[in-house]
Structure formats: structure tokens, C-alpha cells
Design a protein around this ligand. Structure first.
Ligand code: GLA
Length: 402
């Protein structure tokens, strides 16, 4: 049955149900709706959680939207302003989810309109369980109702979490929300936040545009506690996932911590460089309305962002893992390679990558651009070497020449 026929048939059925007084929550469901093409390259934006957690309100969201538009972040490609957990309180008598009237007195639609007026897109958070991780109402059983509400508010992006799901099957739960979003009448990107526990690599690409591969990131080089993991711990769990990723189906190693204060500028540059190598969604997690110049310059490095957003959409791999010394490589459209030399040790180290590792002929000359210092070296033959600071990354773009 075609989508149109299905809609007509369902509409007739709903009319019949209405005549007998039976309401249906599924009247707009189109089972054949394809996944909308909303993430040909990894999504870029901002999310409230890493900086503000539950301490979020409409004033902060507006200030961040203003900053994204005025600081060059929007020009660099950042687009989504996403409110994470704790914007909700309870459901109205008719089941409609409601924003906290104290923290969001103007309502979510007004906030989405404001974000849209800045030329940006707007995102919200919910959960496949009965409650969100922060204890607010989840969407279990209300998927279609919530998706329609989000569409009516102008939501463009939904982060959908996995707390309080009990024995629910993850694939089924995320598929229901995917169907609900596709039937909502609005294009809404689905960001799956299931933490990688139920093999999302086997099913998540059908439902969503990106999926988390681990528990939560914390703003730390190497401190891990419970479900909260350091940048390096998360990075180690991405090295084998490159085959799963591609346009509209990105591995999500969690949001950025750049600028939140727990790491050095060198460590933040490594974090940002490696997330770009992973073709990760680049979702800033700092307070954009109060960031310093160094944070701004890391987050808006256009050469690094160009690697993340490369249209080939092939995730980078760790080709050399020599204890503290790693070489990551990402093939780019047109034949260039992005390379990161990553030094986890306590001292600076001269590191190198040879052309064989990059699958280039040994005698080939290449142009190498350092994406942080911006230095360009021409006619490099055989290998590229650079001194890499402790806990740092040297990131280069290698262009073969004839
Ligand atoms: C989970 C998610 C986080 C964040 C919180 C909100 O821990 O993984 O990214 O959304 O819930 O409560």
C-alpha cells in the first residue's frame, strides 16, 4: 500500500472510530515513512546538560542561542540548540507533556520560535521509560502524543534517553518513537541515547540519525566513576566502531566538554580533534554566553570542523596503538587523509606516520597542513613527523600531489 493510500485508509478508519466514540492515538501513523535525510553530515549544535544539568531555564537557553548566532559558532556550522533533561514537570489531564512553568514561563513554543528567529534549530529531550533520568515524566506509552506536541512546538531534534525502561526491548522502544516522529508532520532528527548496552549497531540506524555508544562523558582526561567516563575512556571504546557509521547514522561518543574547565587547553584540542576524526556529532556542552577566547577558537576551528563534516562520512580508525602513542586516520572525500598523532604520555614526543600506513605510495609527495598551527608543508615524502605535546594531538590534513 502506498503512503497516500495508507493515510486515506487510516483516516477512514479513524473517522469510523470517532463515529463510535473510540479515540485513536495512531491516526497519523504511516508505517512506510522513510527516515528523513536530516544528518547527511554529523549534527552540530549545543546541549544544556554538560554545563547546566537540571539547572536550566529559558533565560539561559536564549542567552546561548544569542551567543551561538553572534560569536561565529553559527557561521562555523553549529545549528541545534537542545534542551536536555528537566524542562518538563507533569502531564496535563489530557496527557500533554508540560514545561516547568517556573523555569520556562513563556513555554517551549515561544522558546523554539526565538531560536528559529536566530536562524537556528531547536531540540528537546525525552526518555523511552516511564521517567527521564532526572525523574521527570518519560514518553513510554505517550510516544505519538508527545511527537505531535513536539511538532506543534516546532521541535527539530529529539534526544531520547533510556532510563526507567524496565524490561522494554530497546529496538522496539526506539522504533515506536521513530514512527511517532515520522508521523508527526514535521522533520525531527532522532538522537538515540541508549548508551550502547543493547547492541545499537544492529538496529539503531533504522530508527535514528545517531546513537550513543557509551555511558556519559565527564569533563576529565582520565577520571572514571560509575556511568560517568573520561574523554580517554570513551575514546578507547570508539576505535572498533568505524564500520557502523555513515551519513544519517552516526556513532555518538557523547557531547563535548570543551570549555567546561576540567581539562587543559591541550587536552580540549585533543578531545575536539579526535571527535572530528570519529565523525562525531559536534554538540558543544559549555556556556556559550560566557566562553573565553581559547574555548571559542577551539570550537570554531574550521579546518577541524571540515574533517568532522567531510561528505564521505567515513569514521576514522586507530591504525597504530603503541601504548601511550596512537595514530588515527580518516579518509576524506577527494583522496585527502586526516591524521591525528595522539600522545597520552607525560612528556612531549616526536611522532610520525608513514605513507604506507596511509596507503599512499612511498615515493609520493604530499602537502601537509597542520590544522591547529595552520602551517603548510609542501612536497613531504615518505612520512610526516611532528613533536606532540604531552596529552596533546597534532592534527594534519594530507593532500597527495602529482
Ligand atoms: C543520561 C544521559 C545524559 C543526560 C542525562 C539527563 O545520563 O546519558 O546525556 O541526558 O541522562 O538526565
Amino acid at each position: 500500500m502506498t503512503g497516500l493510500r495508507m493515510t486515506v485508509a487510516v483516516a477512514a478508519m479513524v473517522a469510523g472510530l470517532a463515529a463510535t466514540g473510540v479515540a485513536s492515538a495512531h491516526e497519523t501513523l504511516d508505517l512506510t515513512a522513510p527516515k528523513p535525510n536530516l544528518a547527511a553530515t554529523p549534527p552540530m549544535g549545543w546541549n544544556s546538560w554538560n554545563k547546566f544539568a537540571c539547572n536550566i531555564d529559558e533565560g539561559k537557553v536564549r542567552a546561548v542561542a544569542d551567543a551561538m548566532a553572534s560569536t561565529g559558532m553559527k557561521d562555523a556550522g553549529y545549528q541545534y540548540i537542545v534542551i536536555d533533561d528537566c524542562w518538563q514537570t507533569e502531564r496535563a489531564a489530557d496527557g500533554t507533556i508540560q514545561a516547568d512553568p517556573v523555569k520556562f514561563p513563556s513555554g517551549i513554543k515561544a522558546l523554539a520560535d526565538y531560536v528559529h528567529s536566530k536562524g537556528l534549530k531547536f531540540g528537546l529531550y525525552s526518555d523511552a521509560g516511564v521517567k527521564t533520568c532526572g525523574g521527570r515524566p518519560g514518553s513510554a506509552g505517550y510516544e505519538f502524543h508527545d511527537a505531535r506536541t513536539y511538532a506543534s512546538w516546532g521541535v527539530d531534534f529529539l534526544k531520547y534517553d533510556w532510563c526507567y525502561t524496565g524490561p522494554r526491548n530497546a529496538e522496539a522502544a526506539y522504533t515506536i518513537m521513530a514512527k511517532a516522529l515520522r508521523a508527526s508532520g514535521r522533520d525531527i532528527l532522532l538522537s538515540i541515547c541508549e548508551w550502547g548496552d543493547n547492541k545499537p549497531r544492529d538496529w539503531a540506524a533504522k530508527a535514528g540519525h545517531q546513537w550513543r555508544t557509551t555511558g556519559d562523558i565527564r569533563d576529565s582526561w582520565d577520571i572514571d566513576e560509575g556511568y560517568s567516563h573520561s574523554f580517554t575512556w570513551i575514546l578507547d571504546r570508539q576505535a572498533d566502531l568505524w564500520k557502523d557509521s555513515g551519513p544519517n547514522q552516526w556513532n555518538d561518543p557523547d557531547m563535548l566538554e570543551v570549555g567546561n574547565g576540567g581539562m587543559t587547553a591541550i587536552e580540549y584540542k585533543a578531545h575536539f580533534s579526535l571527535w572530528a576524526m570519529l565523525a562525531a556529532p559536534l554538540i558543544a556542552g559549555n556556556d556559550l554566553s560566557a566562553m573565553d577566547q581559547e574555548t571559542h577558537d577551539i570550537l570554531t576551528n574550521k579546518d577541524v570542523i571540515a574533517v568532522d563534516q567531510d561528505v564521505l562520512g567515513q569514521q576514522g580508525r586507530r591504525l597504530i596503538d603503541d601504548g601511550d602513542f596512537e595514530v588515527w586516520v580518516r579518509p576524506l572525500a577527494g583522496g585527502d587523509r586526516a591524521v591525528v598523532l595522539f600522545n597520552r604520555s607525560a612528556a612531549a614526543k616526536v611522532m610520525s606516520v608513514d605513507w604506507e600506513t596511509l596507503q599512499l605510495p612511498a615515493e609520493m609527495k604530499a602537502t601537509v597542513k597542520d590544522l591547529w598551527s595552520k602551517q603548510v608543508t609542501k612536497k613531504v615524502k615518505g612520512r610526516y613527523s611532528a613533536e606532540v605535546p604531552s596529552h596533546g594531538a597534532v592534527m594534519v590534513r594530507i593532500t597527495p600531489t602529482v
